[in-house]
Design a protein around this ligand. Structure first.
Ligand code: PPE
Length: 325
């Protein structure tokens, strides 16, 4: 699906029109992958209207990623946070996806980036279910990728850098070419790592397992949310090395991610997982997660940042579906 035009995109401190959100072809990040990004969802909650899910944690990860890459970000945390809220409001969005991107901009080329400015942009758009609407209920068919995730001490996996996504693209293209919805990458030691754009959880005998942060996985915000939710529901969660074969004999396996949310996996390498459909534990966690992000249950962890104050929300005109041209 091509991009549907949005009203405004935030660029270096200003909200600009969609058509004006442009960069030069000699931008450093375009040549060397010197960018750091985030993917954040905003949900139209029952309790307080549009609210951004775990905004502070996403922004903290962006600052952390920039620090790892020695990229000084010329905005305070609070200004950055406000900018995210402004982008949602400027587009009059309810459910949407936010994409902050900090990158080495236009100045000079050559690997050494110090002279290039660190530019920042925040776009927002409507993004439906990442692996399809059906996937949430029925699960997806995936393969173990022939590509490994990056080795420690090559690309820092804790940084959400654009360059890491060339590896993700290899995984995802290979999966698609072979008719799978997604690939699961192993780490360089052959242990289960993550999907091209998701963390992964296994369930066996009512216990959850997920690969540890030292195993080259992205420290997923959804991963963290699911660990908390699973604990609250009384499940034990282990962060430990996962051998490939434990995927095949798991009762349930599911992906987590901002875009993917909680997506069940029903087969891996054509081996049926459990009963070959969404399992009971996955469904329980999914339900709780969706209830949380939908504002149907109290925000006990302060994970939701409303876009509007209570008063502004009450005054806000109802969003009507855009006319189809
Ligand atoms: N691992 C990878 C490699 C990854 O890209 C993501 C998010 C995750 C794990 C889960 O992290 P979190 O979103 O904090 O729970 N992938 C983002 C980009 C997907 C895309 O295709 O673009 C996302 O889900 O927003």
């Amino acid at each position: 699906m091509p991009f549907e035009e949005v009203k405004k995109i935030w660029m270096n401190g200003r909200l600009v029109d969609f058509a004006d959100a442009k960069i030069h072809v000699l931008t450093h990040a375009l040549h060397y992958g010197s960018g750091i990004f985030e993917g954040i969802r905003c949900y139209n909650t029952k309790s307080s209207g549009p609210a951004i899910f775990r905004l502070d944690e996403h922004l903290r990860r962006l600052y952390d990623s920039c620090k790892i890459y020695r990229m000084p970000l010329p905005y305070t945390f609070d200004d950055f946070k406000q900018a995210c809220l402004d982008v949602v409001a400027a587009n009059n969005f309810e459910d949407c996806y936010l994409r902050p991107l900090a990158y080495r901009g236009f100045h000079s080329l050559g690997v050494y980036p110090a002279a290039c400015p660190v530019d920042l942009t925040i776009a927002a758009w409507k993004w439906g279910k990442y692996l399809g609407v059906e996937a949430i209920e029925h699960g997806v068919d995936v393969r173990v990728s022939s590509w490994s995730r990056m080795a420690p001490n090559t690309f820092p996996a804790m940084a959400k850098a654009t360059a890491n996504y060339m590896n993700s693209i290899l995984i995802r293209e290979e999966a698609a070419a072979d008719g799978y919805a997604e690939g699961i990458a192993l780490d360089v030691n052959g242990y289960v790592c993550e999907g091209s754009g998701e963390n992964i959880f296994l369930v066996r005998d009512g216990k959850l397992t997920t690969p540890p942060l030292g195993g080259s996985v992205l420290p997923g915000i959804t991963r963290d949310s699911v660990i908390r939710i699973a604990h609250d529901l009384g499940f034990e969660v282990l962060e430990t090395l996962v051998p490939r074969e434990s995927l095949y004999i798991a009762d349930e396996v599911f992906f987590t991610g901002t875009a993917a949310e909680v997506t069940p996996i029903r087969s891996i390498d054509r081996i049926s997982i459990g009963e070959g459909r969404r399992g009971r534990v996955t469904e329980m966690i999914q339900k709780e997660y969706f209830a949380y992000i939908g504002g149907e249950i109290p925000d006990r962890y302060n994970w939701l940042t409303p876009v509007y104050t209570e008063k502004a929300q009450a005054r806000r005109p109802k969003v009507v579906a855009a006319a189809v041209r």
